[in-house]
Design a protein around this ligand. Structure first.
Ligand code: 3AT
Ligand code: MN
Ligand code: MN
Length: 538
């Protein structure tokens, strides 16, 4: 915690301030971010504020209405209050155009989640012409109402405090606010409390914001932005950047970006990244503690939230996704070293990761349903299970077959209510090849398909298929404009340096040795439909 001299759990690495060069590079970087379309228009910013104002009015009307319905006296009804807080990228000040606004409604003890929030407020919203695409998700880990208000996406959570009256100047960063709160309320408050703490624990908010915008763009371009796929999401990146800001309190964004890669290239995971000490707190809520909790010991890349109860924000990271991210940190660290020698420019750092060129073998996971709403649910569920597939495959092959999940889903304009996910597959690099080695993952894939189909809300028509495909058979709709980019024989990164594309040379999963001879695809092997990688190395 802050000791008056520095923010963070250790002293800074360097107190050095910017050089002339850093000013120039930071100006270039900011220009780059603007040209990448990361900033919303003034008009959109104003619209967001109006929407937030309207939401606050709505929950105030709502809380009075339900108080009246519950038979409280007119005095109490008039005093009843609820209030909107924000968190997520909007609260951090790093949201892009079209981003959602993550909001939390804080209500008094008599305004219940199940009825008053998910029924009464839901119906009020459903009746408003400004509200579209209203989707309540009451049984999520963090229950949420999702909708658009005047075209702006809103995630609305609910926290029911033990207070009878919510003061307008309520401070939710006091730990005592969690007293007697139900679990969902604690989790819902957490997002806001964490964001507020982050902003308090960085030495310079403006530099933090610019650096975080860079890292979010970088992570999206490099295919490592996604909580559900086992990479990192907005909060995780924010925490990692915040720690770098603490370690270099006087640095400008250009230097912070470069130090980011240097520090996390060297970081010895699973040592946790944290912005402040983990405190036990007075309420006995469980906090992250690998000495106490065996489950916490399994975390690969702990990034600890700075608000009580401190938790690991990145428990989804697996050894495969950590490996992918580490390789990306290394690539970018090298680029940054060249950048600091003025040999390359920023756009090199932000090059899109050539996922569909990087591997020879892929798994394609197709999912389909009979309607848009079914597909949305089925996709959400399947996506959340895909991490288990990577884990199972890597475990079953003792880590010899590595999986690299693509964080996005793709859809075929020709097929309604269908979408697919991809994973790159490769043999672990640098291992001696065993005679007759083969990876047969059909059983694992079948088990996975069955476990996905155990979905409690499964309906007729919700289907999943997994198939092993070659690079050449990747469907065209995954490529921008539906056109396969020309094959590059050697994938060059920058300045003649080979790009750190994971698959180099050795055929990883091939039925026959023909896979690299340039024969037409249909001659390669009989892989089709359901069959997955029953693969033999020659
Ligand atoms: P965007 O600008 O919206 O892309 P963001 O950082 O705001 O970036 P989200 O809106 O997805 O990202 O999430 C905001 C916060 O909501 C982050 C986290 O505290 C919480 N959150 C998001 N998804 C989940 C989830 N599946 N479970 C629990 N908390 C979540
Ligand atoms: Mn958001
Ligand atoms: Mn959100």
């Amino acid at each position: 915690q802050s000791n008056g001299q520095y923010l963070g759990v250790t002293e800074p690495i360097s107190l050095g301030g910017p050089s002339e060069f850093d000013y120039i590079k930071t100006a270039e970087l900011e220009k780059f971010l603007v040209s990448a379309g990361l900033y919303e228009s003034q008009e959109e910013a104003v619209r967001r504020e109006e929407v937030l104002g309207r939401l606050d009015q709505i929950v105030k009307v709502w809380v009075r209405k339900i108080s009246r319905n519950k038979g409280f006296g007119e005095q109490v009804v008039q005093e009843a209050n609820a209030k909107i807080f924000t968190f997520g990228s909007y609260r951090l000040g790093v949201h892009g155009p079209g981003a959602d606004i993550d909001t939390l409604c804080v209500g008094p003890r008599h305004a219940t989640r199940e009825e008053d929030f998910f029924i009464e407020l839901y119906e009020m919203l459903a009746d408003m012409p400004e509200v579209t695409e209203l989707h309540p998700v009451p049984d999520a880990h963090v229950p949420v109402m999702k909708f658009k208000f005047n075209g702006i996406s809103i995630d609305l959570l609910y926290a029911k405090l033990s207070l009878w009256v919510i003061p307008e100047d309520l401070d939710i960063s006091q730990d005592s606010i969690l007293r007697n709160a139900d679990e969902q309320t604690v989790r819902s408050l957490n997002g806001c409390r964490v964001t507020d703490q982050i902003l308090r624990l960085v030495p310079n908010i403006q530099n933090f914001r610019t650096t975080l915008r860079c890292m979010k763009l970088w992570a999206k371009r490099r295919g490592v932005y996604s909580n559900v796929a086992g990479f990192l999401g907005g909060v995780n990146w924010a925490l990692l950047v915040a720690r770098i800001c603490q370690l270099y309190p006087n640095a400008l964004p250009s230097m912070l970006v470069c130090r980011f890669f240097r520090v996390y290239t060297q970081w010895r995971w699973p040592n946790p990244v944290m912005l402040c000490a983990i405190e036990e707190g007075p309420l006995g809520l469980p906090v992250w503690d690998p000495r106490k909790n065996p489950r916490d010991r399994l975390h690969q890349m702990p990034i600890i939230t700075p608000a009580y109860p401190c938790m690991n924000s990145s428990y989804n990271v697996s050894s495969s996704t950590l490996r992918v991210m580490t390789e990306e940190f290394q690539r970018s660290n090298q680029i940054c070293e060249e950048l600091e020698l003025n040999k390359v420019c920023w756009n090199i750092l932000f090059e899109t990761y050539p996922f569909f060129e990087a591997y020879k073998n892929y798994l394609e996971i197709d999912i389909s349903a009979e309607g848009a709403d079914d597909l949305r649910k089925w996709k959400g569920w399947t996506e959340s299970r895909l991490r288990l597939l990577t884990l199972k495959i890597e475990r079953q092959t003792f880590g010899m077959l590595q999986c690299h999940p693509h964080p996005d889903d793709f859809s075929d304009p020709q097929r309604p209510y269908h979408c697919c996910f991809f994973m790159g597959l490769q043999r672990k690099q640098g291992m001696p090849i065993q005679e007759g080695e083969q990876f047969d993952i059909r059983v694992t894939v079948d088990e996975f398909r069955h476990s996905v189909k155990m979905y409690t809300l499964w309906k007729q028509g919700m289907e999943i298929n997994v198939s092993h495909i070659r690079r050449r058979n990747i469907p065209l709709f995954v490529f921008p404009g539906g056109v396969r980019p020309p094959r590059t024989t050697k994938m060059l990164g920058t300045a003649g340096r080979p790009n750190a594309v994971p698959s180099t040379g050795v055929p990883v999963l091939s039925h026959t040795a023909k896979s690299d001879t340039g024969l037409p695809d249909d001659e390669l092997d009989g892989v089709s439909g359901e069959v997955t990688s029953m693969v033999k190395r020659k």
